[in-house]
Design a binder for this molecule. Structure first.
Ligand SMILES: Nc1ncnc2c1ncn2[C@@H]1O[C@H](COP(=O)(O)OP(=O)(O)O)[C@@H](O)[C@H]1O
Ligand SMILES: [Mg+2]
Length: 167
């Protein structure tokens, strides 16, 4: 199961340091245009500073939009040193880091509706920061992954430009 109760307690934990989270969020505009993959990685790294153990981040966008690129930048900033690529042959991977990082790719699925919840249990948990690459057509529903915290949407904006929206 998705261990929703763990997320409820993680969410309660957020309330203990509201000022810190607000400060981090204030540094990031809601919507940013990046001009290169390096820009998007740097934005991911900046975003990572606002994350805490137990957070789940849904990253939505078309194939090639830059979801993995954004997650890679965030992972680097979180201390992940191994290569960060889309999990293609498995639904997810887990990277060692000071706070472990999970990386799930649901792009080829229809949200979680057709996935076996136990498959995700290996990657979700209150001990980790979790990134979920999310199919653009799936419902934009954080509740599906258990009281998750943040949403990022990336869209093509011509050439190498991308529009990145962060909630
Ligand atoms: N501004 C940009 N942001 C992110 N990726 C970009 C950008 N411009 C070009 N790219 C390229 O687009 C591709 C994005 O791939 P990837 O991050 O794997 O996308 P997704 O995970 O959304 O399928 C990479 O080849 C990357 O180099
Ligand atoms: Mg990807």
């Amino acid at each position: 199961m998705l261990r929703r109760e763990n997320y409820d307690s993680a969410a309660r934990g957020h309330e203990t340091r509201p000022e810190k989270r607000r400060d981090c969020a204030r540094q990031l505009p809601d919507s940013v245009q990046t001009a290169s993959a390096a820009d998007t990685e740097a934005l991911g790294a900046q975003f990572a500073a606002s994350l805490r153990r137990g957070d789940v981040v849904l990253v939505a966008g078309e194939l090639g939009a830059g979801k993995t690129t954004f997650v890679r930048g965030a992972c680097r900033a979180l201390g992940v040193t191994v290569p960060v690529t889309s999990p293609t042959f498995t639904i997810g991977q887990r990277y060692p880091a000071p706070v472990p990082v999970s990386h799930i790719d649901l792009y080829r699925t229809d949200g979680l509706a057709h996935e076996e919840p136990d498959l995700l249990a290996d990657y979700l948990g209150p001990d980790a920061i979790v990134f979920v690459e999310w199919p653009p057509a799936a419902p934009w529903d954080l509740a599906e992954v258990g009281g998750a915290a943040r949403r990022v949407r990336i869209a093509h904006a011509g050439g190498d430009r991308r529009l990145v929206e962060i909630d």
